[in-house]
Design a protein around this ligand. Sequence first.
Ligand SMILES: Cc1cc2nc3c(=O)[nH]c(=O)nc-3n(C[C@H](O)[C@H](O)[C@H](O)COP(=O)(O)O)c2cc1C
Length: 182
Amino acid sequence: MTSILKLIEDRRSVRKYQDKPVEPEKINALLEAARMAPSACNAQPWEYVVFTDKEAKNKFCETVFTGIYSSTKFAAAAPVIIAVISNKGNWSSRVGNIVCQTSFYLIDQGISTGYLTLAAQEQGLGTCYIGWFDHKKAAKFLNLGNGQKVELLLSAGYPAESPAPRPRKTAREVIFHNKYKQ
Ligand SMILES: Cc1cc2nc3c(=O)[nH]c(=O)nc-3n(C[C@H](O)[C@H](O)[C@H](O)COP(=O)(O)O)c2cc1C
Protein backbone atom coordinates (compact mmCIF):
# COMPACT_ATOMS: atom_id res chain seq x y z
CA MET A 1 0.00 0.00 0.00
CA THR A 2 1.29 3.45 -0.91
CA SER A 3 1.82 5.89 1.95
CA ILE A 4 -0.73 8.67 2.29
CA LEU A 5 1.96 11.33 1.82
CA LYS A 6 3.08 9.75 -1.46
CA LEU A 7 -0.55 9.62 -2.67
CA ILE A 8 -0.98 13.29 -1.82
CA GLU A 9 2.28 14.20 -3.55
CA ASP A 10 1.46 12.24 -6.71
CA ARG A 11 -2.20 13.24 -7.14
CA ARG A 12 -2.96 15.58 -10.04
CA SER A 13 -6.15 16.79 -11.65
CA VAL A 14 -6.51 14.43 -14.60
CA ARG A 15 -8.57 15.72 -17.52
CA LYS A 16 -7.89 13.02 -20.14
CA TYR A 17 -8.94 9.44 -19.56
CA GLN A 18 -8.46 6.08 -21.25
CA ASP A 19 -11.57 4.69 -22.90
CA LYS A 20 -11.64 1.87 -20.38
CA PRO A 21 -14.36 1.16 -17.83
CA VAL A 22 -13.47 1.32 -14.15
CA GLU A 23 -14.06 -1.88 -12.18
CA PRO A 24 -17.09 -1.57 -9.84
CA GLU A 25 -14.98 -2.64 -6.83
CA LYS A 26 -12.60 0.25 -7.49
CA ILE A 27 -15.48 2.72 -7.71
CA ASN A 28 -16.80 1.25 -4.48
CA ALA A 29 -13.43 1.81 -2.78
CA LEU A 30 -13.58 5.54 -3.64
CA LEU A 31 -17.11 5.87 -2.37
CA GLU A 32 -16.29 4.02 0.84
CA ALA A 33 -13.43 6.45 1.46
CA ALA A 34 -15.81 9.37 0.87
CA ARG A 35 -18.47 7.85 3.15
CA MET A 36 -15.99 7.32 6.02
CA ALA A 37 -14.92 10.98 6.14
CA PRO A 38 -15.46 13.00 9.31
CA SER A 39 -18.12 15.72 9.34
CA ALA A 40 -19.31 18.39 11.74
CA CYS A 41 -21.63 16.78 14.32
CA ASN A 42 -21.30 13.62 12.22
CA ALA A 43 -23.99 15.09 9.96
CA GLN A 44 -22.59 13.39 6.83
CA PRO A 45 -24.30 16.01 4.67
CA TRP A 46 -23.47 14.31 1.37
CA GLU A 47 -24.89 11.92 -1.18
CA TYR A 48 -23.15 10.69 -4.29
CA VAL A 49 -24.74 9.96 -7.66
CA VAL A 50 -22.39 7.83 -9.73
CA PHE A 51 -22.79 7.88 -13.50
CA THR A 52 -21.12 4.96 -15.28
CA ASP A 53 -23.83 4.05 -17.78
CA LYS A 54 -22.82 5.89 -20.99
CA GLU A 55 -26.34 6.96 -21.90
CA ALA A 56 -27.20 8.30 -18.45
CA LYS A 57 -23.79 9.98 -18.11
CA ASN A 58 -24.09 11.65 -21.54
CA LYS A 59 -27.58 12.94 -20.80
CA PHE A 60 -26.38 14.43 -17.53
CA CYS A 61 -23.23 15.93 -19.10
CA GLU A 62 -25.15 17.39 -22.05
CA THR A 63 -27.40 19.10 -19.52
CA VAL A 64 -24.79 20.57 -17.20
CA PHE A 65 -21.87 21.41 -19.53
CA THR A 66 -23.69 23.83 -21.85
CA GLY A 67 -23.38 27.54 -22.66
CA ILE A 68 -20.81 29.27 -20.47
CA TYR A 69 -20.03 25.88 -18.89
CA SER A 70 -18.94 24.27 -22.19
CA SER A 71 -15.26 24.52 -21.27
CA THR A 72 -15.70 21.64 -18.82
CA LYS A 73 -17.12 19.32 -21.50
CA PHE A 74 -13.85 17.36 -21.34
CA ALA A 75 -15.24 15.70 -18.23
CA ALA A 76 -18.00 14.02 -20.26
CA ALA A 77 -15.37 11.70 -21.76
CA ALA A 78 -14.49 10.31 -18.33
CA PRO A 79 -15.85 6.80 -17.71
CA VAL A 80 -17.14 7.89 -14.32
CA ILE A 81 -18.86 11.12 -13.30
CA ILE A 82 -19.84 11.58 -9.68
CA ALA A 83 -22.29 14.26 -8.63
CA VAL A 84 -21.86 15.32 -5.01
CA ILE A 85 -25.19 16.29 -3.51
CA SER A 86 -25.12 18.37 -0.36
CA ASN A 87 -27.71 19.13 2.24
CA LYS A 88 -27.18 21.70 4.95
CA GLY A 89 -26.40 19.11 7.65
CA ASN A 90 -28.25 18.03 10.79
CA TRP A 91 -29.79 20.23 13.47
CA SER A 92 -26.62 20.66 15.53
CA SER A 93 -24.33 21.36 12.59
CA ARG A 94 -26.83 23.97 11.33
CA VAL A 95 -26.79 25.64 14.75
CA GLY A 96 -22.99 25.50 14.52
CA ASN A 97 -23.15 27.30 11.16
CA ILE A 98 -25.13 30.14 12.68
CA VAL A 99 -23.14 30.46 15.91
CA CYS A 100 -19.72 30.14 14.25
CA GLN A 101 -20.78 31.93 11.05
CA THR A 102 -19.37 29.23 8.82
CA SER A 103 -20.64 26.55 6.46
CA PHE A 104 -19.65 23.27 8.06
CA TYR A 105 -21.42 21.25 5.37
CA LEU A 106 -19.12 22.69 2.70
CA ILE A 107 -16.05 21.87 4.79
CA ASP A 108 -17.47 18.34 5.16
CA GLN A 109 -17.86 18.01 1.38
CA GLY A 110 -14.26 19.08 0.90
CA ILE A 111 -12.97 16.47 3.32
CA SER A 112 -15.15 13.71 1.89
CA THR A 113 -14.19 14.41 -1.73
CA GLY A 114 -10.57 14.81 -0.69
CA TYR A 115 -10.64 11.28 0.72
CA LEU A 116 -12.32 10.11 -2.48
CA THR A 117 -9.63 11.56 -4.73
CA LEU A 118 -6.82 10.06 -2.65
CA ALA A 119 -8.53 6.65 -2.64
CA ALA A 120 -8.75 6.98 -6.43
CA GLN A 121 -5.04 7.74 -6.59
CA GLU A 122 -4.39 4.62 -4.54
CA GLN A 123 -6.45 2.57 -7.02
CA GLY A 124 -4.41 3.89 -9.99
CA LEU A 125 -7.25 6.18 -11.09
CA GLY A 126 -7.18 9.86 -11.96
CA THR A 127 -9.83 12.35 -10.88
CA CYS A 128 -10.71 15.98 -11.44
CA TYR A 129 -12.92 18.21 -9.35
CA ILE A 130 -15.44 20.05 -11.53
CA GLY A 131 -16.98 23.17 -10.06
CA TRP A 132 -17.71 24.83 -13.42
CA PHE A 133 -21.09 23.39 -14.47
CA ASP A 134 -24.70 24.51 -14.49
CA HIS A 135 -25.63 23.91 -10.85
CA LYS A 136 -29.31 24.73 -11.36
CA LYS A 137 -29.71 22.35 -14.26
CA ALA A 138 -27.86 19.63 -12.37
CA ALA A 139 -30.26 19.96 -9.42
CA LYS A 140 -33.26 19.85 -11.76
CA PHE A 141 -31.89 16.84 -13.64
CA LEU A 142 -31.57 14.93 -10.36
CA ASN A 143 -34.94 16.16 -9.04
CA LEU A 144 -33.35 17.56 -5.90
CA GLY A 145 -35.53 18.89 -3.12
CA ASN A 146 -35.37 22.00 -1.00
CA GLY A 147 -32.01 22.53 0.69
CA GLN A 148 -30.24 20.08 -1.59
CA LYS A 149 -27.64 21.17 -4.12
CA VAL A 150 -25.11 19.59 -6.45
CA GLU A 151 -22.07 21.20 -4.94
CA LEU A 152 -19.40 19.54 -7.06
CA LEU A 153 -18.83 17.00 -9.78
CA LEU A 154 -15.88 14.66 -9.96
CA SER A 155 -14.64 12.91 -13.06
CA ALA A 156 -12.70 9.68 -12.66
CA GLY A 157 -11.04 7.05 -14.80
CA TYR A 158 -7.74 5.58 -15.85
CA PRO A 159 -5.47 8.51 -16.76
CA ALA A 160 -4.48 9.11 -20.39
CA GLU A 161 -2.10 11.91 -19.41
CA SER A 162 0.48 12.60 -16.70
CA PRO A 163 0.01 16.26 -15.81
CA ALA A 164 2.96 18.17 -14.39
CA PRO A 165 2.51 19.36 -10.81
CA ARG A 166 0.77 22.73 -10.54
CA PRO A 167 2.63 25.32 -8.48
CA ARG A 168 1.84 25.70 -4.81
CA LYS A 169 2.42 28.66 -2.53
CA THR A 170 5.56 28.14 -0.47
CA ALA A 171 5.41 26.96 3.11
CA ARG A 172 6.74 30.38 4.15
CA GLU A 173 3.74 32.05 2.53
CA VAL A 174 1.07 29.95 4.20
CA ILE A 175 2.44 28.42 7.40
CA PHE A 176 3.05 30.36 10.61
CA HIS A 177 4.37 29.03 13.88
CA ASN A 178 3.12 30.23 17.22
CA LYS A 179 2.07 33.64 15.90
CA TYR A 180 0.55 35.05 12.69
CA LYS A 181 2.86 37.14 10.47
CA GLN A 182 4.66 40.40 11.47
C1 LIG B 1 -13.50 22.95 -5.68
C2 LIG B 1 -12.71 22.74 -6.95
C3 LIG B 1 -13.30 23.03 -8.18
C4 LIG B 1 -12.58 22.80 -9.36
N1 LIG B 1 -13.21 23.02 -10.56
C5 LIG B 1 -12.55 22.74 -11.71
C6 LIG B 1 -13.21 22.89 -12.97
O1 LIG B 1 -14.38 23.27 -13.04
N2 LIG B 1 -12.52 22.58 -14.10
C7 LIG B 1 -11.22 22.14 -14.05
O2 LIG B 1 -10.66 21.87 -15.11
N3 LIG B 1 -10.56 21.98 -12.86
C8 LIG B 1 -11.20 22.27 -11.71
N4 LIG B 1 -10.56 22.09 -10.49
C9 LIG B 1 -9.18 21.59 -10.45
C10 LIG B 1 -8.17 22.68 -10.07
O3 LIG B 1 -7.97 23.51 -11.17
C11 LIG B 1 -6.86 21.99 -9.64
O4 LIG B 1 -7.10 21.22 -8.48
C12 LIG B 1 -5.75 23.01 -9.31
O5 LIG B 1 -5.38 23.72 -10.46
C13 LIG B 1 -4.48 22.32 -8.77
O6 LIG B 1 -4.04 21.31 -9.68
P1 LIG B 1 -3.87 19.80 -9.22
O7 LIG B 1 -5.22 19.31 -8.78
O8 LIG B 1 -3.37 19.04 -10.44
O9 LIG B 1 -2.88 19.76 -8.10
C14 LIG B 1 -11.25 22.32 -9.31
C15 LIG B 1 -10.68 22.03 -8.06
C16 LIG B 1 -11.40 22.22 -6.91
C17 LIG B 1 -10.76 21.85 -5.58
